[in-house]
Ligand binder design. Structure first.
Ligand code: SF4
Length: 471
């Protein structure tokens, strides 16, 4: 990955297993790439909720004593990168609260584009919020709902939300999974023990991690409730009103290559992006190398289609800590060099095609190209396995400001010169859509095309809930 865009979060939930908490811990481990700032697990014994959450990686936050203290037969977990609300323990999830009907925990992947409006309206009527995360409004809506059944109350809540949400709820009575009517973020259903135990995860790699069988995706506009009464599926939006807009950037960048996302294997989709890129932007060269890990699959596809040999020109250092200090530009370049080192023999005196999954701000790519030049590459041709990012994302990916995007303010030739490349080629929107499973209109491409499926409130942004309330 280029390291310039970050995902919102990852979810894992399991109901009806003696090792529910340990399996949640394992599931979160395999979803760590979706959020590295904080994580948490909540479990229930059927009467109350127990939880532990903290800043840091799953491996740092949990130990055997904590897992034992949480031990129960149902649990949900969350890994977080902040897209609305700052990075602090108050905003770590799952979010846990108590209301008139008892305790509830909520884990959210996505971004609610009407959270500010909803929150201000609750605050005007005396509502008190503990966090600056958009997820907290979900609790307020559920607490205020006066419908007779749980399903109606949850359905009312989900219908009040706009934007992207894959959600997991846990109460002493049930685990609930829901996905927004656009299906923007992935959410998968699995089962263990012949269907006696149900598992929900952001990606199927987490299902495989715990030995669960992938059953199907949670459908856009669907709510699944798992309780002592069994498994039930409800539609909170009629099927005929569903307009899927799956985030195509999950396939390009975020999801793990071994996951099935939106009906296809991510590694295979990335190879198809690379092969299409080779057809759209051929070049005479000696070697194809990826920028690891995000460019790996696309580079294989480019090499296979073009007939140019594939090799590893960069080697990733897996032991670089998150706290590597890189305050100045020089230090940032050093940071890139310490994370990725060059194999000089692969690139020296060669015409090199380098594959990356995206260029967002351009600064990281520039440092990588400088490494290739310093190692003696004769020509450097960059191929990017998605179209230029020209528009912000309001649905949970951290590039919300247009001015942050190099392709929004520079021509392709200006980008090429800034990066010090011989040639630069991006995948076309049409080419990208020709590589994915299912109808092309079922994918969100807004950060490339500016065509948004849900428009945000005017003041939506990462810190829109940080300070100040309604006027
Ligand atoms: S705008 Fe881009 S990153 Fe955001 S949901 Fe759509 S495709 Fe994904």
């Amino acid at each position: 990955m280029s390291g310039e865009a970050r995902e919102a979060c990852g979810l894992f939930g399991i109901y009806g297993h003696d090792e529910a908490v340990y399996n949640t811990y394992l599931g979160l481990y395999s979803l760590q790439h979706r959020g590295e700032e904080s994580c948490g697990i909540v479990s229930t014994d059927g009467r109350d909720l127990r939880y532990h959450k903290a800043m840091g990686h799953v491996s740092d936050v949990f130990n055997p004593d904590i897992l034992e203290r949480l031990r129960n037969r149902a649990a949900i977990g969350h890994v977080r990168y902040s897209t609305t609300g700052g990075s602090c323990i108050e905003n770590a999830q799952p979010f846990v609260a108590s209301y008139a009907r008892g305790p509830i925990a909520i884990a959210h992947n996505g971004n609610l584009v009407n959270a500010t409006d909803l929150r201000h309206s609750y605050e005007r009527h005396g509502g008190v919020f503990q966090t600056t995360s958009d997820t907290e409004v979900v609790v307020h809506i559920i607490a205020k709902a006066c419908h007779n059944t749980r399903e109606e109350r949850y359905g009312h809540c989900f219908n009040s939300l706009r934007g992207s949400y894959s959600l997991l709820l846990l109460t002493p009575h049930e685990m609930v999974a829901a996905r927004d009517p656009h299906g923007l973020r992935p959410l998968s259903l699995g089962e263990m023990r012949g269907g006696a135990c149900h598992v929900i995860a952001s990606e199927t790699c987490a299902l495989a991690q715990v030995g669960a069988r992938f059953v199907r995706d949670v459908e856009p506009g669907e709510m699944i409730r798992i309780s002592p009464e069994g498994f039930k599926s409800y539609r909170f939006v009629p099927a005929e009103d569903i307009r899927p807009h799956h985030c195509i950037f999950e396939l390009i960048y975020f999801a793990r290559p071994d996951s099935m996302v939106f009906g296809q294997n991510v590694h295979e989709a990335r190879k198809r992006f690379g092969a299409q890129l080779a057809r759209e932007h051929p070049v005479e060269a000696d070697v194809v190398i990826p920028i690891p890990d995000g460019g790996n699959s696309a580079a294989i596809g480019y090499a296979q289609e073009s007939g140019i040999p594939f090799d590893h020109g960069f080697i990733r250092n897996h032991y670089v800590g998150r706290t590597f200090i890189q305050a100045s530009q020089d230090r940032r370049n050093a940071g890139v060099a310490i994370k990725l080192s060059i194999v000089p023999h692969v690139v020296r005196d060669k015409r090199v095609v380098v594959l990356d999954d995206s260029i967002v701000r351009g600064t990281t790519s520039r440092a990588k190209i400088a490494q290739l030049r310093a190692a003696g590459a004769r020509e450097v041709h960059m191929r990017v396995s998605c179209p230029p990012h020209r528009h912000p994302c309001f649905y949970g990916i951290d590039f919300q400001a247009r001015q942050e995007l190099i392709a929004a303010r520079s021509s392709l030739d200006e980008i090429r010169r800034f990066l010090d490349l011989d040639t630069l080629g991006y995948l076309s929107v049409e080419g990208m859509l020709s590589c994915v499973a299912g109808p092309r209109e079922h994918y969100c491409t807004a950060c490339f095309t500016g065509e948004y499926c849900v428009l945000p409130s005017e003041d939506v942004g990462k810190f829109s809930l940080e300070a100040g309330g309604p006027a």
